[in-house]
Design a protein. Structure first.
Length: 328
């Protein structure tokens, strides 16, 4: 049985304390700094660094405030400084993972979508009104906001299943005929899901599912162009396709892809890559053509990217740090 708890942004506090690195003990980067960019990085500017391992981040519409799943809880983050604000712990028994974000109702904060093996939470981060908005007792491996609520994936009895949850807690599920969920998932505003399984990429709606492409373990939807960008980690090919699997373009990049994140507001896709020497790069690809719009070299490859709503601030997570960059 699913239980739903609707809350008026009740703050459940935990422990958002974190430690700055002790350079004398060799913490931080080799040069004793928090610098993420290296070499010529025209159009990129490092705003701040959050010193913590994270399990997903969120950034508001204009890159002012954000959220991060960290230190056994979730925390508000001020993007301009990397400092911690309000502390909201939706589930004391689990380490939440943050998977998506939306601007909050007044446009001055952000609502993070967090998951655990037992539930889904909507967490608001705002200077004046932080807290848990709603809890749905539904297990999820991943989840995304849609116009009508939330789309989630989970392995049910060994097979992959997509579940759509309305704001009021109504649910609608659709099993995928073959294969288990193995990473790689996003959904359109209308709730059409593209899900990677052991049997390939599947297009899933409440009416059914169908295989549309070979397996890809990174999937991100561009709301502006209504396209999905896909790639396999460690490989150098990025593909843009419709939800029916019709390829619009493919691009070959230097290095192995680590993560990608679409900016529908800008019609571009941000791509993190790792090079053979274990340094990294951050590329912006045109969503219509796949051409590189801009790129910067980084000290290491970001393992997780999240974007502000306007696409001009990126949170780039590496081991022990999240770097907030403004991008022209």
């Amino acid at each position: 049985m699913m239980r739903i708890t609707m809350l008026a942004a009740i703050a459940l506090t935990g422990a958002c304390d974190w430690d700055f690195p002790d350079y004398t003990d060799g913490d931080g980067f080799d040069d004793g700094s928090s610098a993420f960019l290296r070499g010529d990085a025209d159009g990129f500017n490092q705003e701040s660094t959050l010193w913590s391992d994270t399990r997903g981040t969120a950034v508001d519409e204009f890159g002012i405030t954000g959220g991060a799943a960290m230190n056994g809880t979730t925390c508000q983050v001020y993007v301009d400084s990397g400092n911690i604000g309000n502390d909201v712990n939706p589930n004391w028994n689990e380490d939440e993972e943050m998977t998506d974000a939306l601007p909050d109702a007044d446009g001055e904060g952000v609502v993070g979508l967090t998951i655990t093996p037992t539930d889904i939470n909507l967490v608001q981060y705002d200077d004046w009104d932080s807290g848990v908005i709603a809890t749905y007792e539904i297990p999820a491996l991943d989840a995304r906001f849609t116009d009508d609520g939330i789309a989630t994936i989970d392995n049910d009895g060994g097979g992959c299943e997509v579940t759509w949850v309305s704001p009021g807690g109504d649910i609608n599920g659709q099993a995928i005929a073959a294969g288990a969920c193995i990473g790689g998932f996003d959904a359109t505003a209308a709730g059409v899901a593209l899900v990677n399984t052991s049997d390939g990429l599947n297009r899933v709606t409440p009416a059914g599912s169908e295989s549309v492409a070979d397996s890809q373990d990174l999937v991100s939807w561009d709301a502006g162009l209504d396209l999905f960008y896909t790639a396999n980690r460690g490989e150098n090919i990025i593909t843009a396709m419709t939800d029916m699997g019709v390829v619009q373009w493919t691009a070959t990049v230097d290095g192995g892809v680590v993560d990608l994140e679409a900016s529908g507001a800008r019609g571009i896709v941000f791509v993190s890559v790792e090079y053979a020497d274990l340094t990294g790069g951050l590329m912006l690809l045109d969503g219509l053509t796949g051409d590189v719009v801009n790129e910067a070299m980084t000290v290491s490859a970001a393992r997780d990217l999240s974007l502000s709503g306007d696409g001009h601030v990126v949170a780039a997570a590496v081991a022990g740090q999240v770097h907030y960059l403004s991008v022209e």
